[in-house]
Design a protein around this ligand. Structure first.
Ligand code: FE2
Length: 241
């Protein structure tokens, strides 16, 4: 059994298409999306349709819920706020209904998904330091919890007595340990690498790897500018910052 996990697509259809193409070569059995399907990018409906087609199990991100009015946009920065307003104005009813039915947390027998942090996923806090990671580990309902939100791929491992940050993008999974895996972002990476990120978890081989794929950044930028979204949202895709 192989899982393909991705997050923070943010309406970037060329990036999502590239990730889906890369995952199609990886014999994936089940797909998971850790939220923020929309916001920032110019193709929210196309991204939602492709996620439904896969199909991918999906949880809610702050942008998804902001678009449907379930999260206050007041704490969003001006670019994010403009993108939420634009997405609301352009999203189909079908797209709205998809976002509106997303839950905060998903779990099956082996993994959990939550966009941001526990115990209060609806606060959309950022898992920004190792103390927060240590505090979250006892709360994750399964040994492996996939997250997104920061747009920075990272793997954290709970060893006896302490949490550690893993300095590689692939690990051999030890079922006696716990893992929090930030799968990075498909549509707006912020770790200095503009390539789209995704993760593969092989449950039989116990391997986990975060991978990257090139996509047509220029096309995504053209669509953002044509849509009248803030030009900064197009510019930042080149640097992945
Ligand atoms: Fe995001």
């Amino acid at each position: 059994m192989r899982y393909g996990i991705f997050s923070d697509v943010h309406g970037n259809f060329p990036a999502l298409q590239a990730v889906v193409k890369a995952l199609a070569k990886e014999s994936i059995d089940e797909y998971y999306c850790v939220g923020d399907v929309v916001g920032y990018g110019a193709d929210p409906d196309e991204c939602i349709r492709l996620i439904k087609e896969l199909p991918a199990v999906c949880v809610a991100g702050n942008h998804d819920w902001a678009v449907v009015g379930r999260v206050d946009v007041e704490y969003f920065n001006s670019w994010a706020k403009s993108a939420v307003v634009w997405t609301r104005e352009h999203l189909s009813q079908e797209g709205f209904d998809f976002l509106n039915q997303l839950d905060m947390i998903y779990e099956n027998n082996t993994i959990a998904l939550v966009h941001a942090t526990l115990p209060h996923p609806e606060e959309f806090d950022y898992l920004s330091d190792i103390n927060k990671v240590t505090a979250m580990f006892p709360l994750i309902p399964k040994n492996i919890c996939f997250i997104g939100h920061t747009h920075v791929p990272e793997i954290f491992i709970q060893q006896p007595g302490r949490s550690v940050w893993c300095d590689t993008m692939s690990v051999q999974v030890d079922q006696a340990k716990k893992y929090i895996v930030n799968v990075g972002s498909v549509g707006q990476p912020r770790d200095g690498n503009p390539q789209a990120a995704y993760c593969i978890y092989d449950l039989d081989k116990n391997t986990m790897a975060i991978k990257r794929t090139r996509y047509d950044i220029h096309e995504a930028q053209k669509r953002i500018l044509k849509a009248g979204l803030p030009p900064f949202l197009a510019d930042r895709l080149s640097s992945g910052e």
